[in-house]
Design a protein around this ligand. Structure first.
Ligand code: COA
Length: 157
């Protein structure tokens, strides 16, 4: 039984191709990605996927000055907050909460069911997001900069 299975596995494998692995510029891979994205995503997830990704940036503006910024990436019905920064002297005045609410609004508009982000497991950012209704989904041990990282999420639907 075991021998038979390993024989069929050997049969499935095609001859190794002698390719060169090279570091290239993004322009060199873009066309290939576009050409193969749909088939690759559908094979990966097991159903027809039309890959789409968009990024939105928001700023909190007072007069002509930017006091805070947020970037959110939307793809596969998930929204991921990539960064959120409020200028030091303008913190604890509601800017972070309003930027995050705007990101959730656009995520909702594009039918995302969930917003996620990652923060250090220990530190003030986690308290901010918890105050905004985010829950801990997982803690990744020794992750970014070898620190434990909390994956936070809020369900929108
Ligand atoms: C985290 C950050 C974006 C919060 O922005 P902010 O404008 O100060 O937040 P808000 O004033 O909207 O705070 C909303 C609530 O979150 C909580 N909160 C905010 N900062 C907090 C902190 N340092 N510790 C614990 N809770 C905090 C509070 O409950 C606050 O309400 P309150 O002020 O009425 O008590 C800001 O501190 C920052 O830019 N930090 C550095 C970068 C960072 O950590 N980004 C987040 C990860 S991407």
């Amino acid at each position: 039984m075991t021998a038979g299975r390993s024989t069929s596995r050997r049969k499935l494998r095609l001859r190794l191709l002698d390719v060169e692995i090279a570091e290239v510029r993004p322009e060199r891979t873009g066309g290939f990605r576009r050409e193969h994205a749909r088939e690759a995503a559908s094979t990966l997830w097991g159903f027809t996927v039309i890959p789409q990704e968009q990024r939105h940036e928001f700023a909190a503006i007072e007069g002509d000055e930017v006091r805070g910024v947020l970037a959110v990436r939307i793809s596969a019905s998930l929204a991921h907050v990539e960064s959120l920064v409020v200028a030091t002297e303008y913190r604890r005045r509601g800017i972070g909460r309003r930027l995050l609410a705007r990101a959730e609004e656009i995520a909702n508009y594009y039918n995302c069911h969930k917003v996620t982000l990652e923060v250090p497991a220990v530190g003030p950012a986690r308290g901010f997001f918890e105050a905004c209704g985010y829950k801990t989904e997982a803690v990744l041990p020794q992750h970014t900069f070898k620190k434990d990282v909390a994956v936070l999420r809020k369900f929108l639907l």
